[in-house]
Design a protein around this ligand. Sequence first.
Ligand SMILES: NC(=O)c1ccc[n+]([C@@H]2O[C@H](COP(=O)([O-])OP(=O)(O)OC[C@H]3O[C@@H](n4cnc5c(N)ncnc54)[C@H](OP(=O)(O)O)[C@@H]3O)[C@@H](O)[C@H]2O)c1
Length: 183
Amino acid sequence: MPDRLRDAVSGATVLVTGASFGIGEATARKLAAAGATVLLAARSEDKLDELVRAINAGGGHAVSYPTDLSDEAAATALANRITDEHGPPDIVVSNAGKSIRRSLHHQYERPQDFHRTIGINYLGPIWLLLGLLPAMRDRGAGPPPSARHRPRPSTTCSTTPDRASSAGSVASHSHTQVGMAWR
Ligand SMILES: NC(=O)c1ccc[n+]([C@@H]2O[C@H](COP(=O)([O-])OP(=O)(O)OC[C@H]3O[C@@H](n4cnc5c(N)ncnc54)[C@H](OP(=O)(O)O)[C@@H]3O)[C@@H](O)[C@H]2O)c1
C-alpha cells in the first residue's frame, strides 16, 4: 500500500483541509511521507505550524495556510493564494468539517449547531473548490506524471451537513448532498 500511495502522489501538490487534527492531520503526514507537497488548511495556526515543522524536519514538504473555511471571502482568498504560490493543486482532500455528536433531543434548542455544520461541511468546500477548479481544469489537473499510466481520476467533492458526512469521502450516503465532479 505505501508504494501504491507513493506512485499515486509522489511529486503531486495536495491540499488537505482540516489538517490540524484527526483524520486530516494523519492524511497529511501519510501524503508527505509518500512524497507529496502538502498544503495544510484549518483554523488552528499553532497546530498547523507544528505539523509543518514535523513534516519538513522529516524531509517532507509542507506549507501552512491558517484559514476559516466557512468564511466565503477567506476560502476564496485561500484558493487564489494557493494557485498563485503553487499553481493549481493536483489533489484536494476536502476533509475539514464538524460532526454534531449530541443526541437529537439535546439539539432542539441549538439551531446554531446546524448552521455551523452547514457552513463548514457544505458551503466551505464549495467556496474553496469554486475558487480552485477553474485553474485546475485549465491546467488539466490530474495525477502526477508518475501515475499517469492509470485511468484519469475524477475530482469530486461530496459533502453533507449532518453527522454522517465525511468531507474527504466520495461516498454518497446521505440526503442534502452536494457533489462537484468533472472528467
Ligand atoms: N471521525 C469520525 O468518526 C468521522 C465520522 C464521520 C465523518 N467524519 C468527518 O471526517 C472529517 C474529519 O473528522 P475528524 O474526526 O478528523 O474531525 P476533527 O478531529 O474534529 O477535525 C476536524 C478538522 O476540521 C477542521 N475545521 C473545523 N472547522 C473548520 C473551519 N471552519 N475552517 C477550517 N477548518 C476547520 C479542524 O481544524 P480547526 O479546528 O483547527 O479549524 C480539524 O482540523 C470531518 O469532516 C468529520 O465531520 C468523521
